[in-house]
Design a protein around this ligand. Structure first.
Ligand code: AHR
Length: 496
């Protein structure tokens, strides 16, 4: 069966910009994300490197224009003491990563190494400060170390550690998941703590902070209500929300590679549920912040499956399939659509952890299907949102159904229009007849990410199985396009 959908793109719209920070990423001291991921444990390993930073990973992430990287956690952030991770490495204390697997944390990757990594990536750093076990004094000192350009003991310490100029870190998280691993707090208690800590997070000359409040877990609307009621919009730049796609349940999440159509359907259904959460959290935010000054930051999202068999369960290492790429593509379409409120999102977690973009095995590196979604979608970064309207056909499984198609469109500063379209249906092609209100274009080009099976993955032995390919199954008729979306696909159309 082949369904046909009429889609209208409002190419005259110029109200909302898709912040590039929606395309952000997250790197925690967890499993093999930092150590044996971004940062070599064996500095003699034969890979491109700068110091111990893996440059093959850096260059892959630069290709997708990574705009922002969040660090050091996650849950790890609320047990992390920044002063452990600066200065000569042989003087840094050996700690235990008590959050993730009780493994040694030698602190060889600390603040200066993270900022060096961001500099190499040409991206903005986003640091999550410690509210759980740290004091306001420690948080305040960390910011002075980073951002103060004048003379002070802490700024001089930064200079002695090799960085004369202030780093001008802007994005600053005041705690992480304060409702859970960050301290198991009530929203009332955390709102007060937020204000206390935030009061001592100073804006140094030329380095204003964008403070981000630790927000709700998934559908905890009371957390948002209490936070927005107690903290004024001018006391925060952003308010976070975390949501993970879970196929079955938190105890038995399901395999990353070995799943059937029922689990494929459930994964996509769980992913699309994020739009309901965004609508409801946004409505509460609108009540207290009708001008939408506070950004909603989905600073952790992605699919969380069972770890790969044979790996350390605390390391959260999972493979990444075509299904996961469609989850990323659909999520990004949703974030784009809500860019009037969502101005940051961070996929969890860049390398070797959860829905990673990059997997490594000794000197080998593989780019996952999810990586290629960020490559296809990078054109939306900082472009103007062009609202799209259409009625999606259903993808039915058993008694249930979800919309088969999702899409978003934007216009960049050169007037080039990009449309990203997802067809979740695993069996049926869907034809999209697209008309544009207010745009004329001469050429149309396409790229598509798809594969024969939704379980298809890229492995170290077969790294190019799921990769974008040129796409030409569309017809241009004046300023209208008829596009045939293959089953299980994410498609980029570029109009000039
Ligand atoms: O991303 C893994 C963990 O998930 C993070 O540390 C935490 O914030 C969330 O619960």
């Amino acid at each position: 069966a082949q369904e046909t959908v009429s889609m209208q793109v409002n190419a005259k719209a110029d109200k909302d910009k898709i912040s590039r920070f929606i395309y952000g990423h997250f790197a925690e001291h967890l499993g093999r994300c930092i150590y044996d991921g971004f940062y070599l444990e064996d500095s003699t390993m034969n890979v491109p490197k700068q110091g111990r930073i893996r440059m093959d990973i850096v260059s892959a992430l630069k290709t997708i224009n990574i705009p922002l990287l969040r660090w050091p956690g996650g849950c790890f952030a609320d047990r992390y003491h920044w002063s452990d991770g600066i200065g000569p490495k042989d003087k840094r204390p050996l700690r235990i990563n008590s959050t993730w697997g009780m493994v040694p944390e030698d602190n060889s990757f600390g603040t200066d190494e993270f900022l060096q990594l961001c500099n190499l990536l040409n991206c903005e750093p986003y640091i999550a400060g410690n509210v759980g076990t740290g004091t306001p004094q420690q948080m305040s000192d960390w910011i002075e170390y980073l951002n103060f350009g004048g003379k002070s003991a802490l700024a001089d310490m930064r200079r002695a550690n090799g960085h004369a100029d202030p780093y001008k870190v802007a994005f600053w998280g005041v705690g992480n998941e304060s409702w859970g691993c960050g301290g198991d707090m009530t929203p009332e208690y955390y709102a007060d703590l937020y204000k206390r800590y935030a009061a001592f997070c100073l804006n140094y000359p030329g380095a204003p902070l964008k403070k981000i409040m630790s927000g709700a877990n998934a559908d905890d609307y009371n957390w948002t209500e209490v936070s927005m009621k107690n903290v004024r919009p001018n006391q925060m730049w952003g308010y976070s929300m975390h949501y993970y796609t879970i196929v079955n349940n938190w105890q038995h999440k399901g395999s990353a590679t070995n799943f059937n159509e029922e689990e494929y359907f459930k994964g996509l259904k769980s992913c699309l549920h994020i739009e309901d959460l965004i609508n409801k959290h946004s409505a509460i935010m609108d009540k207290y912040d009708p001008q939408k000054k506070v950004s909603l930051c989905v600073d952790e999202w992605g699919i969380w499956t069972d770890p790969e068999p044979g790996t350390n369960g605390a390391f959260l290492y999972q493979q990444n399939s075509l299904r996961d790429a469609l989850i990323a593509a659909s999520s990004l379409n949703i974030f784009n659509k809500h860019c009037d409120r969502i101005r940051m999102a961070n996929l969890a977690q860049t390398v070797n952890v959860l829905q990673a973009l990059v997997l490594t095995q000794k000197e080998k590196m593989v780019l996952t299907p999810t990586y290629y979604i960020f490559d296809l979608y990078k054109y939306h970064q900082d472009a103007t949102l062009l609202p799209v309207s259409f009625f999606s056909p259903d993808y039915k499984y058993g008694e249930e159904s979800i919309p088969a198609v999702n899409a978003s469109a934007s216009k960049d500063s050169n007037g080039v229009i990009h449309i990203t379209l997802v067809n979740i249906d695993p069996k049926n092609k869907i034809t999209i007849n697209t008309s544009f209100n207010g745009a004329a274009f001469k050429t149309a080009e396409g790229q598509v990410l798809t594969s024969a099976n939704f379980t298809d993955i890229n492995t170290f032995d077969n790294p190019n199985k799921v990769k974008p390919a040129a796409f030409s199954d569309f017809k241009k008729n004046g300023n209208e396009l008829s596009i045939n979306l293959p089953p299980m696909s994410a498609t980029l159309i570029t109009l000039k």
